[in-house]
Ligand binder design. Structure first.
Ligand code: DGL
Length: 261
């Protein structure tokens, strides 16, 4: 099984893309709804939660891990890689590789949670590959609750996005990284507000491409993965609102199994 976790249900955007790219594979998803959001937690807490989540997925039979959460990927990837001996994918690296391929002016925008932006990870990794790049990062803390409320098309959401993107528009970026699980669900509004000439990088798409490429090359790992199209959804809490939003993201009825992690 491929194990995927997120601080909540936003990571279902990553699962959705993985299911499209790897049809028939078995997945196990964990959403840490009881402890969301991670984006406003401390470094130590994010590391602790992340290690617990990975441990849980491995206990349930995961043979490789996709850290769908940008915040966990930004803060805890090194700790996870050190602790667990199996293929681990974070969402930052594939997005950075893609931005390097796509950007022409190397004026790059990044939006994410406060913790992701504060970590400076995107800027660091982009500059390792392209030292002359200009990276402008903006935390967008209001977008996660808006998505979780299902306010995807409300004028208030559009207005807030416009305000958040203003400093990036002024810098005339040519590429924008959507550095949070929830932002792919706001892609259309973000594209409209940042302008159609700006390329959007959706980390759910880039990580899924990376996982697929890896499995094509590493058939030994691929053979360990069961493939009868089954997916299990574990969560640390559940409310009707989360169920509704999850069904909307995956466009099917999701059956959550509650766990105490
Ligand atoms: N999943 C988180 C991320 O991608 C967003 C929600 C949170 O703050 O936990 O950064």
């Amino acid at each position: 099984m491929i194990g995927i976790f997120d601080s909540g249900i936003g990571g279902l955007t990553v699962l959705r893309t993985l299911m499209e790219k790897l049809p028939g594979y078995n997945f196990i998803y964990f959403g840490d709804i009881a402890r969301v959001p991670y984006g406003s937690k401390s470094h130590a807490t994010i590391v602790q939660y992340t290690l617990q989540n990975v441990d849980f997925l491995i206990q349930k039979g995961a043979k490789m891990i996709v850290m769908a959460c940008n915040t966990a990927s930004s803060i805890a990837t090194e700790d996870v890689v050190k602790r667990f001996d199996m293929p681990i994918f974070d969402v930052i690296t594939p997005a950075v590789e893609q931005v390097i391929k796509m950007s022409k002016t190397f004026k790059i925008g990044v939006i994410g949670t406060r913790a992701t932006v504060k970590s400076g990870i995107y800027e660091r990794k982009i500059k390792e590959l392209k030292p002359e790049a200009n990276v402008y990062s903006v935390p967008c803390p209001l977008l996660v609750p808006l998505v979780e409320e299902g306010w995807l098309k409300k004028p208030e959401t559009t207005m807030i996005i416009k305000k958040y993107l203003h400093p990036l528009k002024v810098r005339q970026i040519d590429t924008l990284i959507l550095g949070c699980t929830h932002y792919p669900l706001l892609k259309k509004i973000i594209q409209k507000k940042i302008g159609k000439r700006v390329n959007l990088i959706d980390s759910s798409v880039t990580v899924a491409g990376k996982v697929k490429g890896f499995l094509e090359k590493h058939t030994d790992v691929d053979h360990l993965l069961t493939k009868n199209g089954m997916t299990r959804f574990f969560v640390s809490d559940v409310t009707p609102q989360y169920e509704t939003t999850s069904n909307q993201i995956l466009k099917r009825n999701v059956h959550f199994e509650l766990v105490n992690i």
